[in-house]
Every structure is written in structure tokens, then in C-alpha cells.
Design a protein around this ligand. Structure first.
Ligand SMILES: [Zn+2]
Length: 453
């Protein structure tokens, strides 16, 4: 290996605007240090721009069509049940607490994450590198771990250094884990304590360092209010890694860095239940919605098709765009107008109103979302300012949310330090990591390095 080791820092839910303000204001010296020494750009998330979908794309370099995680909440057609990864406590209760916890902790990685997708941990460890993951929910690796909780016996398979909310730990670090003080940043404090331990020992070639509390604060306080609550905590969680190496300069002598977010956030003021405009078809469909994206699944006996459902949403104020497949084409619909598109040898073949999909990288992202066999027959992106209530009836109205195709939900800040590649999409991060270590990316990841429209 020629290059340095690499640390991937993921700040969940931080917008480019928040990152830029943080750097310019002097309130976040660690972030500013990275920006000063690296290259800053914006990159585009996937659709739906929801954390399980995004983190799976970041770690595998695949879109949802390959990694198969469709949403935060989805209908498992084979098992005829809802999979809910944690929209809210109420949603977990409605979906079944034990099942939801199992889905989130184990099944997302062991059963739901596509077998055709390769995680950076798998790809790098197969070439003899040591990889580490702290709290990141896409963790699939080849080393078995028994839970730290007495009575739980099912094994999880993670990278060689693996730390997951205190539940799976490859090493005894002494880091304290407390979910109860989440609002005060306790989850990231655990991540930082583990990160410090790992950097002190230089115990990895690649580290995925995931900070989740910023998104949590942004849901409650909105994307701007989050700065007052969580920015300094994020910054100190990164500073702790620097300090463990003997300061920022010493840290960058040892490690290349990719710092980024998984999705943005926008203010939401109103919430709607996506089931309501579809009430007439209640026996024909399953609706799964959460944050700013929804899906409608047609049951096998349904006497309605996705086109009819899309038309039904024309006058629904919470809906911006719906998407469906018809034959070998995708159809985007917005207020009764349609755009048909499909991939062509160079770019896209389209007919209809192109303005319907004028959101960032929208053709590429929606095509990938629709090609996911676990996705609903109709995908729905929320209109600006709107959120869809989850199955527990919860929403973030008055705060922040994400999930739609819109720029605010979709653009993320991205800083590279000591990395040659210039990822323009979050799906280009894993290939950039692999290239840094001289490891060939999986075949699905080599075809996507096209311009972001
Ligand atoms: Zn979120």
C-alpha cells in the first residue's frame, strides 16, 4: 500500500450550508482544519435520502437497485410484513418492537442488504487490510460477534474492529454507552471514546467513524437550530481523534480523510398521512411512509395500478413527485404532468415535461430507487415543507426532515484530504476509498462515474 490509512467521517444530516457556516464562523475548529487542508465540494445523496439507504450506498458504493435497502420503512412482500428500522419509537411499537429491533440490528445487514453489494470492509479485508466501524448501521463484514447483552445470543458479522452502540464490541475500550442521554449527545460521546481508543493504537487501515447525533438534533430543532445544539459536540468528537494522534497535523500525517454527510435536511412545517388520499384503495395497497418519502405497494390481488394511484395524488398538497415503472420506462408525475425516461447508450432518453425531474441527479437516483425489487410500485417524494407521518403517527413538523428528491434533502458537504478521487455522489465514496488502497471496485461501481446532471 502506497498511501496513508484512511478515516471516513460521517456526520449524519449535516447540510452543506451548515458545514460552510460552521467553517466560516470559527465555531468548529476541527471541521475548519479539515476544510483548510482538503478540498471541499458538494455531493449528491441517493433517493430516498434516508439514512439506512444512504449509509448502505456510502459503504457499498451501490445504489438502492443493488444494495436493496429501499427506505426507513418498507413492505416485505415475501414475509408479508412491515420492516421498520426506527422512524420513531411509536413506529417501532406499531411494527412490533422485538421484530423491529431484530430487523435494525441484524436483518438489515444479514438478510436485507443485497448479496451483490460489497461493503468496503469486505473488499479491503479480503486484500489483507484491517477495517474498523464505529456505530455505522451498514457494517457487514466477516468476523462474528456475540452481543454484549446477557441473554442475546445471535451473532452479528462485522469488520475486524467493530463497535456498535455498545452492543457489539471487538475490543474492550472502556467507552461508556448510554442511549438515554441521546439529546445530550451520548451516542456520539461513545463513538468519540471508541475513536480515540482506535487512533491511539493506530488499530486500523480504514475506519468508518459515524456520528449520528447531529441528525437527531436537526430533526428536533431544524437544520439551522441544530447548529446551536450539536455543532460543537460534533466538532469535539472529531477533535478527539486529532488529539489521540497528537494534534491535527500529526493526524493528517498518518491518515487521509473523507468527511461528509449522508443526506441534508430541510425545515418541515406540515405533516400528512399518505394513506389518506389513497383511502379508496386501502384494501389494495400497503403504504409505508416516513420523513419526506413514501412508498405504495400493490398487494397481489389489487384491482388498481400504479398509474391510477399516481393520478389520485395529483391534488395532494404534501406530494411533490411520484414515480413508477411502466414496461421498460420510468414515469415521474407531478400535478398531473408526466415525464417518461429510460437509460440510453449515452445519458437518458426522455419524453414529456423535463422540469418534473429537475432536482439534483434526479433521473439517475430515481431510476436506481425504482429498480430496487424491495421498493414499492409507486414512490413518492414530499413537497417542500411537508413530511409524511410514520406508521406510529409521528412527524417532525416544526423541526427538520429529509428523504425527498429536493436539493435541500439531497446535497451533502464533502471534504477530501489526501484522497485523489473527487466523489460527486455518495455512491462514489466507496470506490474512492477502495482506489485509495489500490483495490479494484466492484463492477457495479465502475459504471457510475458520469456527470451529475
Ligand atoms: Zn434523519
Amino acid at each position: 500500500m502506497a498511501g496513508k490509512k484512511l478515516v471516513l467521517m460521517v456526520v449524519d444530516g449535516m447540510t452543506p450550508a451548515a458545514f460552510e457556516r460552521a467553517v466560516d464562523s470559527g465555531r468548529a475548529p476541527a471541521l475548519a482544519f479539515l476544510a483548510q487542508h482538503g478540498t471541499y465540494r458538494q455531493a449528491v445523496s441517493v433517493f430516498p435520502s434516508l439514512t439506512p439507504v444512504c449509509l448502505s450506498s456510502i459503504v457499498t458504493g451501490a445504489g438502492p437497485d443493488v444494495h436493496l435497502i429501499p427506505h426507513l420503512v418498507w413492505w416485505h412482500r415475501e414475509q408479508k410484513r412491515i420492516v421498520e428500522y426506527g422512524s420513531s419509537f411509536s413506529a417501532l411499537r406499531v411494527a412490533g418492537m422485538a421484530q423491529s429491533i431484530t430487523d435494525t440490528i441484524y436483518n438489515m445487514n444479514q438478510r436485507h442488504l443485497g448479496a451483490g453489494a460489497v461493503t468496503v470492509y469486505e473488499a479491503l479485508e479480503d486484500k489483507g487490510f484491517v477495517t474498523a466501524a464505529v456505530n455505522i448501521t451498514c457494517y457487514r463484514g466477516r468476523t462474528p460477534y456475540r452481543p454484549t447483552v446477557p441473554g442475546m445470543t445471535r451473532l452479528a458479522y462485522g469488520p475486524k474492529r467493530f463497535f456498535y452502540y455498545g452492543l457489539f464490541e471487538s475490543d474492550a475500550t472502556g467507552a461508556p454507552f448510554a442511549m438515554r442521554n441521546r439529546a445530550a449527545g451520548s451516542v456520539d460521546l461513545y463513538a468519540a471514546a471508541v475513536g480515540r481508543w482506535l487512533v491511539t493504537r493506530d488499530g486500523f487501515d480504514f475506519l468508518a467513524y459515524y456520528l449520528s447525533d447531529y441528525d437527531y438534533a436537526s430533526h428536533v430543532h431544524g437544520p439551522e437550530g441544530a447548529e446551536d445544539v450539536a455543532l460543537e459536540r460534533i466538532d469535539s468528537a472529531i477533535q478527539m481523534l486529532f488529539d489521540a494522534a497528537g494534534g491535527g497535523d500529526a493526524f493528517l500525517e498518518r491518515y487521509a480523510v473523507i468527511l461528509h454527510s449522508d443526506h441534508g435536511q430541510t425545515d418541515v412545517t406540515q405533516s400528512a398521512r399518505l394513506e389518506v388520499p389513497l383511502t379508496a384503495f386501502a384494501d389494495d395497497v400497503v403504504v409505508t411512509a416516513s420523513n419526506r418519502a413514501g412508498q405504495v405497494y400493490l398487494l397481489p390481488h389489487a384491482r388498481v395500478d400504479a398509474a391510477r394511484l399516481a393520478a389520485q395524488l395529483d391534488s395532494e398538497p404534501s406530494v411533490e413527485t411520484s414515480l413508477r415503472l411502466e414496461g421498460d420506462e420510468a414515469v415521474a408525475r407531478r400535478e398531473g404532468e408526466e415525464l417518461r425516461f429510460r437509460p440510453a447508450r449515452t445519458g437518458w432518453e426522455t419524453s414529456g415535461d423535463a422540469a418534473i425531474l429537475d432536482q439534483p441527479d434526479a433521473l439517475h437516483r430515481t431510476w436506481s430507487a425504482l429498480a430496487n425489487p424491495n421498493a414499492g410500485e409507486l414512490l413518492v417524494a414530499a413537497a417542500e415543507g411537508w413530511e409524511f407521518a410514520d406508521i406510529g403517527g409521528r412527524d417532525h413538523a416544526g423541526g427538520g426532515s429529509h428523504g425527498s428528491l429536493g436539493a435541500g434533502d439531497s446535497f451533502v458537504p464533502l471534504v477530501t484530504v489526501g484522497v485523489d478521487a473527487a466523489p460527486a455522489r455518495i455512491t462514489e465514496i466507496a470506490p474512492a476509498v477502495l482506489a485509495h488502497f489500490g483495490v479494484e471496485p466492484p463492477p457495479y461501481a465502475t459504471a457510475v462515474l458520469t456527470n451529475v446532471a
